[in-house]
Design a protein around this ligand. Sequence first.
Ligand code: NAG
Length: 296
Amino acid sequence: MMKFCLLLAVFCSPVLSEEWKASVVKNLNALVTSCIVIPCTFNQPKDNLPSSKLRGIWHIGKDKAQIVYHDDKSRIIDNFRSRTQMLGHLGQNNCTLEITDVKDHDNGPFCFRIELVESDKPTTDKYSFVEDCVDLKMLPEPTPPLLISTKTATEGNVYIITCSVTHTCPSHVPTLSWNRKGDVIEIHREIHSGIWETQSILMFTAEVKDDHTDVSCTAQFYGRKTSSEKITVFVKRTESYNHIIIPCAVGISITVIFTIFCVLMVKKYKNRIVELQNQEGSMWNRLSRISHRRRT
Ligand SMILES: *[C@@H]1O[C@H](CO)[C@@H](O)[C@H](O)[C@H]1NC(C)=O
């Protein structure tokens, strides 16, 4: 796979490198007060140019004067000065931009432009540029976290709840916190270009006192905005079976003992009855014989 990619790169690079090309994510959500990182890469015809020979600029829409990022800070418009930073290294063809303290009018479109810096000539004469723009959708408030848990909690067993939020500020990831103690694992990953997920997995041993309690997860985003979501835990008791099993066992035992007793009693009485019947029979026989004799 690596070799194939390298081969492909070798084959394609003369073609690709002839043109200036940028690739910027087209749409992203941005949380007001937080930060936004706009992924951006570009190709340029001259191989291995150091960052110092390249100048990356970000501006608003078609207006090249509305500069939101420039390495010469004095050229950045007031509203964006000290809020923007080039996170990517231009020498690595990376033009990733970060905007912090996002305002609700920062919707863009923000367009990337690259200039070739010729140290001995005025840069404005000789530049090549590409423009590719991103539109931001402003979110005034963060969306609540998504909570997922394992079926029902069973007393004494490990119970797992997963809390996840998506965001577009990977340079200052949100923090997730729980209102219940337990072991916590945190995971950060990129799910689409520019869209990230922070996940917190809470694990604890379910106890009787957890039954019908709310476990909540709170996400605090860079810029201090928070959102939270809760889940009610129902704990299945393991000892509750004893309340059923013990009376059942007692009931069954009593029934068995009573049945045996009855059978024994019946047996005993059967013998007596037969004995009595026999006695009765012999008495009757004798009596009838006596009466017979008298009549004759
Ligand atoms: C570009 O730079 C950013 C910030 O340093 C980094 O997170 C990202 O992975 C880089 N992108 C590429 C394609 O190397």
